[in-house]
Design a protein around this ligand. Structure first.
Ligand code: ADP
Length: 837
């Protein structure tokens, strides 16, 4: 017996499976169901369908080979238009025993016409109609007979059952969308079936169930229970089908993209071959491989290079990976590993070069010559000093670095660290990072092309750190001779030797250099230049340089001293000479133009020419106050541009003992003001300041030019002086400027930037400068022509400061503000000894 796919079409009105194509279908329609007797029983011939488990409404073609026992009842039923019964024998485990038992549920079957197939095979169409309860089965001669009863529906209509039907129909629709063999007509037909038992049976007939499941469904005569079980089977089937579809589509898309990639790759390589006679793909590899074998790499780098070369050979030429490996190998090739220039240690040669390019800068030049001397005496000494040039912009730090490289005959490179806040900028990004490159140190080493350049790290004071890691820590590794022979860059991954590099760092101020770095460096100060020095630098270097740059080297052009002075004072405002050089350049460009236009041009540049070429002056020297005033004292501040005088104003007004400070005063300066005030309070009795004075007055300290932030402790004595003057009503001498930190007990502590400050005071027309005694040594740096023109008073205590700065003695004076306040309170007539002001 063979089993063909199930079909069903019980009513014959709709024919989604197009069963009418079967010629015997119409005859099936004529077959009437058997009528039960009075007890509701049915009796008739039966056939044993064994494992061909049908459910009601299913149709199947039964193919038989020479099986007269089965064929006879079928033929008879067909001829009489009668149904027969199907029963299912249950095979015993003992193969020799005859099948004795049957499933307790059987089917009523309609039989179609017999078709003769080839080789003695016959086929007959069967349609399952109703479930029956098998009561007895017996053998009548050669004929199997069955007595059975109809199964009555036991369920009632309910909302829950309707909902269950709907859920089953929904799930079935989904199922139909996942399989191919159920068309829209079938779905529509089944969706409209109302009887839950029929619905379950029809749907179950379309599912691919196991024999056991099918038997269980046949035996399940309770329609709602069957329907629920049907829903479970449907859902399970749907999940499986979805999963299958997902797996299929994944596999398909993988296949698609692989095919696509292979196809494109194939195309590209064909094109490349066309273009380059087939050499292109391999030539990069060969080039890199040759380049790598021609250089001397340390073992670690060699290992990495070999590894990466191997990977390069194994990666498809046009994959991004390939590009990344090539970039990396190019870096290995391009970095200097063993190429070293030989130092010229001839001190005279070095001295000549340094003098030839630079005016002054004695300390820095001496230090370099010492270094050369030591190197020439002890050539094996490997450790390089780390010099840090500190000073305002334009004071020759960079250009001296370049001259040092020239003197030593080393290559010179520089990198600016201003604004670097990420460790990766120093040390690079790991190669896994897209677009990764080595950090600035190795990028600069590549430019140097030798392993022993003079390497200038500019603006080391402008490093900042944030959550991205601390660049200063990475720099420490760069500079530290204990570590820098094996500097690790994240990109390169193999250590790189920086120990032969001569590092020079530059900064405008030492204050903001991270302490750990400062520790390792030797500071060399570059101070600002005074007018005379600037004029000398211009005459000896800048004018010549600018003449050359503007194509005027053949012209004997000179600037008069007055003209240079006019530029320095009226058009530049700086401690260095960068702007001076720029302005000289501007003047010479104007002359170059006149010359090229064939016009006459001056050979000697005077003040008038300056005004003509540069326009009206832009700066006017800061001028000292013209009159002695109460509560106004002059401090000298150090700025990145050099020194500057800074007036400090104090006002005492009625109030509640508040101290107010304005003019962008930084924290340290505010503390300094508090200390100055405490100092004054400690002198309350001596200065005869009334008891409640500080509780009933407000003090306002203001430092003009509020847009410029000011900070530092060095205005301490000036703050104390202005405060004392304001409280006691004694004016401060207008021609005195001062600098120094003050303690609570009035002691004066030393401060930095003395040279710049004295120069600034001189520039501003101040003739008396008060300096902390401990700063006396710093006066050596002040040019004598300045010292000769300024009266320097060295002080140790506020008493000396007040004595020199106030026009009158502070002692035995009644505080002016307090007096006037007292006057207000009591009335003028009650105040017999009001001081005259
Ligand atoms: P910095 O690095 O300190 O900012 P630079 O080295 O860039 O300054 O100097 C700016 C310009 O001034 C350069 O052209 C430099 O040659 C020149 N210059 C600065 N100081 C001197 C000096 N002492 N002698 C000769 N030229 C100088």
């Amino acid at each position: 017996m063979y089993r063909d796919p199930f079909f069903f079409n019980p009513s014959g009105q709709d024919d989604p499976f197009q069963l009418s194509r079967f010629s015997s279908l119409n005859s099936l329609r004529n077959v009437k169901d058997r009528k039960p007797d009075k007890q509701g029983r049915l009796v008739g011939p039966a056939i044993d369908l064994e494992d061909m488990l049908l459910l009601p409404h299913a149709m199947t073609a039964l193919t038989l080979i020479d099986d007269p026992e089965t064929l006879a009842p079928l033929q008879e039923a067909y001829q009489n238009d009668q149904t027969i019964f199907a029963c299912y024998s249950v095979a015993d485990s003992d193969l020799n025993a005859p099948p004795l038992s049957y499933l307790e549920v059987g089917l009523e079957l309609a039989v179609g016409s017999l078709i003769n197939l080839d080789e003695g095979r016959q086929s007959v169409l069967l349609q399952a109609r109703r479930r029956v309860n098998v009561e007895e089965i017996w053998q009548d001669g050669r004929q199997l007979m069955m007595r059975c009863s109809l199964i009555k529906p036991r369920h009632r209509k309910s909302a829950a059952l309707t909902a269950l039907c709907r859920a089953v129909v929904d799930e079935f629709k989904h199922y139909a969308s996942l399989v191919e063999f159920l068309n829209d007509d079938v779905v529509k037909y089944i969706s409209e079936v109302e009887d839950p038992g029929d619905l379950a049976d029809m749907i179950l007939s379309t599912l691919d169930l196991t024999e056991e499941d099918r038997a269980a469904f046949l035996l399940q005569t309770n329609a709602p229970v069957r329907l629920e079980a049907c829903l479970r089977s449907l859902m399970k089937e749907n999940r499986l089908l979805e999963l299958e579809a997902e797996i299929q589509s994944r596999v398909q898309s993988e296949l698609d993209s692989n095919q696509r990639e292979n196809y494109l790759r194939e195309q590209i390589s064909t094109l490349q071959k066309e273009l380059n006679d087939g050499k292109a793909v391999d030539s990069d590899y060969q080039e890199l491989s040759d380049a790598l074998s021609s250089i001397q790499l340390p073992p670690e780098a060699r290992e990495e290079a070999d590894k990466e070369l191997g990977r390069l050979a194994a990666t498809p030429p046009f994959s991004p990976e390939n590009g990344m490996i090539q970039t990396y190998l190019h870096w290995l090739v391009d970095l200097p590993w063993d190429k070293e220039t030989e130092d010229n240690l001839d001190i005279n040669h070095a001295r000549t070069i340094l003098e030839m390019n630079h005016f002054g800068l004695k300390k820095a030049k001496d230090r370099i010559l010492e270094y050369l001397a030591v190197r020439s005496l002890k050539p094996t000494r490997n450790r390089q000093p780390i010099l840090c040039f500190i000073g305002p912009p334009g004071t020759g730090k960079t250009s001296l670095g370049k001259s040092i490289a020239d003197a030593l005959e080393r290559s010179f490179v520089r990198v600016s660290l201003g604004g670097v806040h990420d460790e990766a900028e120093i040390r690079g990004h790991r190669r896994t990072y897209i677009g990764a490159l080595p950090g600035r140190i190795l990028q600069t080493m590549r430019k140097a092309k030798t392993i022993n350049p003079v390497f200038m790290l500019d603006e080391i004071d402008k490093l900042s750190s944030d959550f991205q890691g601390d660049p200063a820590a990475a720099l420490l590794e760069v500079l530290d001779p204990e570590q820098n022979y094996a500097f690790s860059d994240h990109y390169l991954e193999v250590s790189y030797d920086l120990s032969k590099v001569l590092f020079i760092t530059t900064a405008n101020t030492a204050a903001s250099i991270p302490a750990a770095l400062l520790d390792r460096m030797e500071l060399i100060e570059f101070s600002g230049y005074i007018l005379e020095e600037k004029t000398a630098i211009a005459n000896q270097f800048l004018i010549q340089k600018q003449l050359q740059e503007n194509g005027l080297e053949d012209e004997p052009i000179v600037f008069t001293p007055e003209a240079l002075k006019a530029i320095v004072e009226g058009y530049t405002y700086e401690a260095g000479v960068r702007n001076l050089e720029r302005e000289i350049g501007s003047v010479l460009r104007k002359i170059a133009r006149l010359k090229s236009e064939g016009q006459t041009f001056p050979r000697e540049i005077t003040v008038d020419h300056i005004v003509e070429f540069l326009g009206p002056a832009e700066f006017f020297p800061a001028e000292a106050e013209q009159n002695d005033e109460i509560g106004l004292a002059t401090a000298i501040a150090w700025t990145e541009n050099g020194g500057e005088i800074m007036p400090i104003e104090v006002l005492v007004i009625d109030g509640k003992g508040n101290l107010q400070m304005t003019g962008q005063i930084g924290e340290i300066m505010q503390e300094s003001a508090q200390a100055a005030l405490s100092y004054l309070k400690s002198k309350q009795e001596l200065f005869q300041i009334p008891d409640d004075f500080f509780e009933e007055m407000d003090i306002h300290i203001h430092v003009p030019e509020g847009s410029i932030p000011k900070d530092g402790p060095s205005a301490g004595i000036t703050l104390a002086t202005a405060l004392t003057s304001a409280v006691l009503g004694v004016p401060v001498r207008h021609d005195v400027a001062m600098t120094g930190e003050v303690t609570l007990r009035g002691r004066v502590l030393p401060v930095g930037g003395i040279r710049e400050k004295v120069l600034a005071a001189k520039r501003s027309g101040i003739n008396t400068v008060l300096l902390p005694r401990k700063n006396e040594k710093d006066l050596r740096d002040v040019p004598p022509q300045v010292l000769n023109n300024v009266h320097i008073i060295l002080v140790e205590h506020m008493d000396e400061v007040l004595a020199a700065a106030l026009v009158d003695k502070p002692i035995n004076r009644k505080p002016r503000a307090a007096a006037s306040r007292a006057k207000k309170k009591k009335g003028a007539s009650d105040q017999p000894d009001a001081p005259e002001t």
